[in-house]
Design a protein around this ligand. Structure first.
Ligand code: URA
Length: 235
């Protein structure tokens, strides 16, 4: 494939821990025969991630520079919890506290999330918690599509490794990215959605940060949590 592309001479350039092959000389690029072009199709980032176990995936995330958030983060926020959990909670992106500590949902919204989980009999350690984005967007702005596109394969592989029995998506951004929709959160809640080829049941509720700003909606979130518990119990 490389010769078909006219990339003949290579040298290995070392970055810490990552050998990178760079072209030293390139000739004119001849037309690529169909077979070579097919063989050459670069793996999608999803395919790349699909080979990783937990430790490798965590390393990949920590080293990620696929989007501009790498330049502004303090550290990546991979995910936390029980690797054998039946429940997966998915949020939006790290905030300031999470960026500082390196763990999802450790700020005020995290305290409320813990209470929400406790209200249906789950301890934080019983579940796995991850975000759509592994890096904090500056000033907690909404994630850009380019950022979620680069980052979602990490979450996909976390889900593939965890094999949760149920997913609880908190907030609009997580729901929209997991369900590939832009339907309002109010219309997505109180329904059983499914995620991926494994059709993992997925229930949507409000983001705890939103509930902190709008406590009157806590009642609806409580309905959603009970609904999720029922869906889980039904198997
Ligand atoms: N909000 C999120 O969506 N995720 C976090 O980890 C923290 C706040």
């Amino acid at each position: 494939y490389l010769s078909a592309m006219g990339l003949e001479t290579w040298a290995v350039r070392s970055r810490p821990g990552v050998p990178v092959a760079v072209p030293v000389a390139t000739g004119p690029a001849p037309a690529i025969p169909a077979d070579a072009a097919n063989a050459a199709a670069a793996p999608t980032s999803k395919q790349r991630e699909a080979a990783y176990d937990w430790a490798q995936l965590k390393e990949r995330v920590a080293a990620c520079t696929r989007c501009g958030l790498a330049a502004t983060r303090t550290q990546t926020v991979f995910g936390v919890g029980n690797l054998h959990a039946e429940w997966l909670v998915v949020g939006e992106a790290p905030g300031a506290e999470e960026d500082r500590v390196g763990e999802p949902f450790v700020g005020r919204a995290g305290q409320l999330l813990n209470s929400m989980l406790r209200s249906i009999g789950l301890a934080r350690d019983d579940v796995y918690i991850a975000n759509v984005l592994k890096c904090r967007p500056p000033h907690n702005r909404d994630p850009l599509a380019s950022e979620t596109n680069e980052c979602l394969p990490f979450l996909d592989q976390q889900i593939a490794l965890l094999k949760p029995k149920i997913m609880l998506s908190v907030g609009r951004i997580a729901a929209h990215n997991l369900l590939r929709t832009d339907v309002s959160l109010g219309r997505l809640r109180q329904k059983v959605h499914t995620f991926g080829a494994a059709r993992v049941p997925l229930v949507v509720t409000y983001h705890p940060a939103y509930l902190l700003r709008t406590p009157a909606e806590k009642r609806k979130a409580w309905e959603d949590l009970k609904f999720a518990r029922e869906v889980f119990a039904r198997g």
